[in-house]
Design a protein around this ligand. Structure first.
Ligand code: MN
Length: 741
């Protein structure tokens, strides 16, 4: 966004009469059919009859001037008519229905949107910004012109704010700074942004504002002399290089931006260097780069300050070359170089794209350039949580941008801190969901890598990958976060449903019955009513989440089963499989499980025979049919063969009181076959206070002894200790933990 003081400001001159508005429209749209404007004017004038503004003027002066600002932005007739009508529904007897009848669906929708925003009570603490903007997006619906009209409305109110009582001035000014200025900026309308910022500054911090105005005025004469000198030098240079048509503008940056520099660096006005900014406007892109060369031959550029927004336009479509050089007398001066067309877009932003000839249809290409707005709308639809929304909206609206390349050389823009995940989700939801990392400039990086300006990013995907909650901490864009949340929520539900089904079935089987037979009918309807559950699946989902005990299903749905004696089917599990719980809820609270399963309390846990995990191992859980959850080591090959939908997050429970028992693990020792070996190895276990449950030794043909021990260990660190001890034993060649890996 340009930091220029508005050289091409919107005309501040108030419009007194409809004819002046019509002239303004005809200046950029010579063949406009102004009937709709005339009709809107007489409707609005009639509706507002008798109302007076604080300034003493008839009320119609306000809507007329809002329309004037929209015409300054060269907007379409629908928007301008909306400007004239924007307060009729809120402040007069007119209704949206009246507007629809008289002016049609589009204008009615626009007026309705503006009215909704006007009725909102914005909260001006910075934490509330997300909520405010969210509200505005709801009001806007799908038509961004609602916000453009609202911005024009706010600008006219700011221009006439001196008529308001003092207390109101500062509140409205702050609201403008926090809500409307970022919006104008994000829409790329620098003329609106700059005027809104300086007006807000004037009413929010009048003391600082007038102090600064005085200081700027004091040095006015020297400064304009300096500006003339620089302009003359550039002109001379360009003329010598036989440039024919170009325009040079030079002025101080706007007051708010100077003030921000002062307060940001805690310095005085005299110490702010880069107050002056120049702009060179030429005809073609190649001339822009030529001019840059000439400027750099005149004055030394400051390293790191050159930015090429022509090759890499901003998301709001802004294009320019920016450079800061050490000008005459050692002053830092910022110079922007752009074409006439780029200039128009910089000043008017989204409004510059309006094809007013087609009655305000925004074209496909333009609307793609405003994807961030669409993202906000989707985000709003997907989350009801204001905090979640705020969290993401904040970054999208206020962070600085970085630019990276796709492998094909296209440029993408992200907020600072963006990762491969943000990039992947910007390509496609599926690419995001399957993203395992990225190759940055050809080198593999993990998901959490922060993208740097100029990186070439190639996303690496895998079909076994899927999003998890942790990913939310590894991305910053609205799009990525909302897609991940949707996936995780849906996934959790699917898993809980699956687990719920298994747990319910198991509970009913204890009574020799099948759950399917009972999960229907009047009793189910009653149970759902009692628990406030609206859909049948939700009953099992709650069982899966551990919010509803399976036993309760039997009690409520099949009380007759409780009369019959319970068939106990306690199959003895052999080998390494251990049954940790029978029916868990009470026990879990008493003793604490060795393994905890995310989001679920009431779960049966088994340890997989194939890899036999022990505390300290990285583990995953799988929901199995009729057997609760089986825990595998996460590098177990078998684990990858399971249906990934059945995967659940599990972790070792640090506080478990069961840890004392430990888990059995098998250790294999290969050694020379020599006397006293078994005794020495046994001592190694004894030192670690490890109990040997079973030991076997066989001797190979080449005189090696292979000893296998089944021992009980508390965790991996104890296991590793004993392996170290065993390796020290004389004659030992190798020690391994045995698993089918
Ligand atoms: Mn208004």
């Amino acid at each position: 966004m340009s930091e220029f003081a508005a050289g091409d400001r919107l005309s501040v001159k108030p419009i007194k009469h409809l004819d002046e508005l019509k002239e303004r429209i005809l200046s950029y749209y010579p063949n406009a059919d102004l009937k709709i404007i005339e009709k809107a004017y007489s409707f609005s004038e009639k509706a507002h009859t008798g109302q007076i503004r604080r300034s003493g003027e008839p009320y119609i002066a306000h809507p007329l001037n809002v329309a004037g600002i929209l015409a300054d932005l060269h907007l379409d007739l629908d928007s301008i008519a909306t400007g004239i009508l924007h307060d009729t529904v809120e402040d007069t007897h007119a209704t949206v229905e009246d507007i629809r009848r008289e002016f049609g669906e589009t204008i009615a929708h626009l007026v309705d949107g503006v009215t909704k925003i006007s009725k909102m009570n914005f909260k001006t603490s910075s934490e509330r910004q997300g909520e405010n903007i969210r509200k505005m997006i709801v009001a806007m619906g799908k038509d961004v012109r609602v916000i453009l009209v609202k911005l024009a409305d706010r600008l006219h109110n700011m221009r006439t704010l001196h008529h308001m009582p003092y207390e109101k001035q500062s509140r409205i000014a702050l609201e403008t700074l926090e809500i409307y200025c970022p919006l104008a900026s994000r829409m790329g309308i620098s003329s609106l942004k700059i005027e809104l910022e300086d007006l807000s500054f004037r009413f929010y911090r009048p003391d600082m504002y007038y102090q600064l105005v005085q200081k700027v005025q004091k040095t006015e004469k020297e400064r304009s002399q300096y500006i003339d000198d620089v302009k003359r030098m550039i002109t001379k240079e360009l003329e010598q290089a036989s440039f024919k048509s170009f325009e040079i503008q030079g002025r101080s940056k706007h007051l708010w931006s100077i003030y921000r520099k002062m307060s940001g660096r805690n310095i005085d006005y005299e110490q702010v260097f880069d107050i002056l900014a120049f702009r060179v406007i030429v005809d073609t892109v190649s001339q822009c780069y030529e001019v840059l060369g000439h400027i750099h031959s005149l004055w030394k550029p400051i390293p790191g300050r050159f930015k090429d927004f022509i090759a890499m336009p901003k998301a709001n479509n802004y294009q320019s070359l920016h450079t800061t050089v050490i000008g005459p007398g050692g002053e830092h001066i910022e110079i922007q170089i752009r074409t006439t067309e780029m200039h128009l877009i910089a000043e008017r932003g989204i409004a510059a794209h309006w094809k007013y000839k087609e009655r305000g249809k925004i074209d496909e290409e333009t609307s793609q350039q405003f994807d961030w707005l669409k993202d906000l709308v989707t985000m709003h639809q997907q989350t009801r949580n204001s905090d979640e929304f705020l969290d993401t909206v904040k970054t999208d609206l206020f962070e600085t941008d970085i630019y990276v390349f796709t492998p094909k050389g296209d440029v993408k823009e992200f907020p600072e801190g963006a990762t491969p995940l943000d990039f992947a989700y910007s390509v496609h939801t599926d690419v995001g969901n399957k993203c395992v990392g990225a190759r940055i400039n050809g080198k593999m990086v993990p998901l959490k890598y922060q993208l740097q300006n100029g990186d070439t990013v190639e996303i690496v995907t895998s079909n076994t990958q899927q999003p998890s909650k942790d990913w939310l901490k590894m991305c910053v864009t609205t799009r990525a976060k909302s897609k991940i949340r949707v996936f995780v929520k849906e996934e959790q539900r699917k898993r809980s449903l699956l687990l719920g089904k298994e747990l319910a079935e198991r509970e009913f089987r204890k009574y020799g019955a099948s759950s399917a037979k009972y999960l229907k009918g009047e009793l189910l309807t009653k149970l759902m009513k009692d628990f406030g559950i609206h859909d049948e699946e939700e009953v099992l989902v709650r069982v899966g989440y551990g919010k509803l005990e399976p036993r309760l299903l039997v009690e409520k749905l099949a009380p007759e089963l409780l009369q019959a004696p319970q068939k106990v089917e306690e199959k003895k599990e052999d080998g390494f499989i251990q049954k940790v719980f029978k029916s868990a809820a009470q026990k879990i609270r008493k003793s604490g499980s060795l393994v905890s399963v995310s989001g679920m309390d009431d779960v049966l846990v088994y340890y997989a025979k194939c890899c036999n995990p022990i505390p300290g191992d990285s583990i995953v859980g799988f929901i199995t049919r009729g057997r609760g959850i089986t825990v595998h080591r996460s590098d177990c090959r078998k684990a990858f063969e399971f249906d990934q939908l059945r995967k659940v997050d599990v972790e070792w429970n640090a506080n478990s009181t069961q840890e004392g028992n430990g888990r059995t693990v098998r250790i294999q020792v290969v050694s020379q076959d020599m006397p006293g070996l078994l005794k020495n190895m046994s001592e190694a276990f004894a030192v670690q206070m490890i109990n040997i449950e079973n030991a076997q030794i066989r001797v190979t043909r080449d005189k090696k002894a292979i000893s296998t021990f089944d021992v009980t260990v508390k965790n991996t660190s104890q296991l590793n200790q004993v392996i170290l001890e065993l390796q020290k034993v004389k004659g030992v060649i190798g020690v391994t933990r045995v698993g089918p890996q």
